[in-house]
Design a protein around this ligand. Structure first.
Ligand code: FRU
Length: 397
């Protein structure tokens, strides 16, 4: 039975660990011809624990080669989420070392393209003697490094600066604001341009306190001047990256060679990860998505376009008086009465264009990702139907 489930339930083109538990994507970096995907991993079982960094590489972000565990839990603590930078010939990983009493930021360096890492003997490199202080995202800014890192329970993202990845100088803090009904985790900060103008995007994952009080990711559009992040719009109401329940802790690649901003999220959530069937691996990543900006009304908003072709593409006549779309192991589409697109109970507002709603759908063995053609609205859901249930959908409405 185990084998049957494994073979027939495993996603075909979404990333899954070769075996055992996975949560957040970590250390997304392009280095010497390879995209590296590290991830929160339990090397010893298919439930959360013994956190270490699993590792895979790819040249196209769709076909992944599994490699040995990159950074392993030590006597000094577990290896929580973080990022990686390409630094000359080396990859440096910046992660949170976790113990019951303390979370601090540590580094480890690889001189062999990420195959082996050596923890820095001077670790930790940033320690505030706090029990919750985690998930450093480090990136290059001008001629120094910036770290975005969160104090989860205070709903604060702090920014630090370094020239050597070892000595970190405090710059500023952002928050609390917008959604604060759960812990803030896994920040990311990066520039994107719209019509030649540069904007900075801050991603903050929150658990719970997102859509339907689940896990989710909010984003802020603003400006970063090398010291502090200033949002461009009111932050009273959160802006969600995804209106589904299964896109959490997502971050973007450093050093992407074509200058694209590529995002991967954990396609699960902390409320429902327990729903996963007993397979030899647990959980998948979202499809990698290229982020961009567009204007909706008066506001600049994020767009996401997948790096694969959609499974289905549907254009819905918005003048109908009833919902229509695709049905089968899930039901998805557009409801002209509520003016919302939906997958089962998850939904979000969409304004028709020329009385039409243009939707695209990506289906794999354990997931459905529904998005508007312009990439402004996404609903991501993990779905674990029995292996024999078809994943094909038919039109309704
Ligand atoms: C987010 C998170 C991070 C933490 C990691 C532990 O899902 O809780 O904040 O570093 O998972 O596995």
């Amino acid at each position: 039975m185990q084998k049957k489930l494994d073979e027939s339930n495993r996603p075909r083109f979404h990333f899954t660990p070769e075996k055992n538990w996975m949560n957040d994507p970590n250390g997304l970096v392009f280095h010497k011809g390879e995209y590296h995907l590290f991830y929160q991993h339990n090397p010893l079982g298919n439930k959360w624990g013994h956190m270490s960094w699993g590792h895979a590489v790819s040249t196209d972000l769709l076909n992944w080669e599994h490699l040995d565990v990159a950074i392993t839990e030590g006597a000094d603590g577990a290896i929580f989420s973080g990022s990686a930078v390409s630094n000359g010939d080396e990859i440096t990983a910046i992660y949170t070392r976790h113990t019951e009493a303390n979370q601090s930021q540590c580094i480890a360096t690889s001189k062999d393209n990420g195959r082996t890492f050596t923890k820095y003997e001077g670790n930790p490199v940033l320690d505030l003697a706090m029990a919750n202080f985690r998930d450093p995202k480090v990136f290059r800014y001008a001629d120094y490094w910036i770290m975005a890192v969160v104090k989860p329970h205070q709903h604060v993202c702090s920014f630090y600066k370094s020239t050597d990845l070892i000595k970190w100088e405090f710059l500023s803090e952002f928050g609390p604001t917008a959604a604060v009904g759960g812990v803030w985790e896994c920040p990311d900060l990066f520039p994107l341009s719209y019509n030649g103008e540069e904007f900075w995007v801050l991603l903050i994952s929150i658990n719970p306190g997102a859509i339907n009080n689940g896990t989710g990711t909010q984003y802020f559009i603003g400006d970063f001047d090398g010291v502090s992040f200033t949002p461009k719009y009111s932050t009273t109401d959160p802006r969600w990256l995804d209106f589904g329940r299964d896109n959490y802790a997502g971050v973007t690649f450093n050093n992407e060679p074509k200058g694209r901003r590529i995002f991967i999220g954990w396609m699960s959530n902390w409320q429902g990860a327990v729903r996963h069937p007993e397979t030899s691996w647990t959980n998948a990543m979202t499809i990698p998505r290229i982020l961009g900006l567009t204007k909706m009304g008066d506001e600049i908003v994020i767009t996401q376009q997948p790096i694969c072709e959609p499974t289905y593409e549907i254009v819905i006549d918005a003048t109908k008086k009833h919902p229509s779309g695709l049905t089968g192991f899930v039901e998805l589409g557009y409801n002209p009465v509520s003016k919302k697109i939906f997958i089962n109970d998850y939904e979000t507002d969409v304004e028709p264009i020329n009385q039409q709603v243009h939707l695209k759908v990506i289906i794999d063995r354990t997931s459905v990702e529904l998005y508007t053609d312009d990439g402004t609205r996404w609903i991501t859901m993990a779905v674990f139907s029995e292996p024999e249930v078809t994943r094909e959908l038919t039109n309704f409405g």
